[in-house]
Design a binder for this molecule. Structure first.
Ligand SMILES: [Fe+2]
Ligand SMILES: [Fe+2]
Length: 193
């Protein structure tokens, strides 16, 4: 089958209704798509993998099912093995090698895009004007977006061979164009009252 972003969206939305999960998928898609352009990857493939990485989370919310039972569904639907393996590789508990730029980017963007999203939600201008320095400061506050695994954020930047600040800056830039879809305000829509 031909791997397209739209087909991945179709599979994702067949199994996922939660707005939070759909927004997570879109945020990771934007970030991984950004890295596809930066690293010369196949953007359509990378975006599809990003959209699919948590497609089964709503039906498999525990680590004894997600994402491995989801992988079986993807195989049944005849997604190519490259897609299935890349999806599986994002899960820490499966300890699979992240041996391609796509796998590295997916892992590096998964937690960080969620964290950057959380930072944007508490700012009147969303992601506009958000600096890596203030993201880093929030990373050091355990109570802020407590569900985000800090160690995976740091490991992700390292896996890409980037300084954390650069990686944060890239992810912010990647997510800015879809701020509205992510429920974020922008400098233009900021409530000035
Ligand atoms: Fe996951
Ligand atoms: Fe995820």
């Amino acid at each position: 089958m031909e791997v397209t972003r739209d087909r991945a969206w179709e599979t994702l939305t067949r199994y996922t209704t939660s707005e939070a999960l759909l927004r997570h998928a879109l945020a990771v898609e934007a970030s991984v798509g950004w890295y596809a352009r930066r690293l010369g990857g196949d953007e359509e493939l990378w975006r599809a993998v990003a959209l699919l990485h948590d497609f089964d989370y709503e039906i498999h919310p525990t680590l004894d099912e997600h994402p491995q039972d989801g992988a079986a569904i993807l195989r049944e639907e005849e997604w190519p093995e490259e897609v299935v393996e890349s999806v599986l590789s994002h899960a820490e508990h499966l300890a699979m090698p992240r041996d391609t730029p796509l796998k590295k980017s997916l892992f590096a963007c998964d937690e960080l895009s969620g964290f950057v999203h959380a930072c944007g939600l508490v700012r009147p201008t969303g992601l506009d004007g958000l600096e890596p320095k203030s993201v880093r400061k929030k990373l050091r506050q355990p109570s802020f977006a407590a569900g985000v695994h800090r160690d995976e954020v740091y490991a992700g930047a390292e896996l890409l061979g980037l300084e954390l600040d650069e990686h944060i800056r890239n992810v912010i830039e990647a997510m800015q164009p879809i701020a509205a879809e992510l429920g974020l305000r922008t400098a233009e829509t900021a409530d000035v009252n």
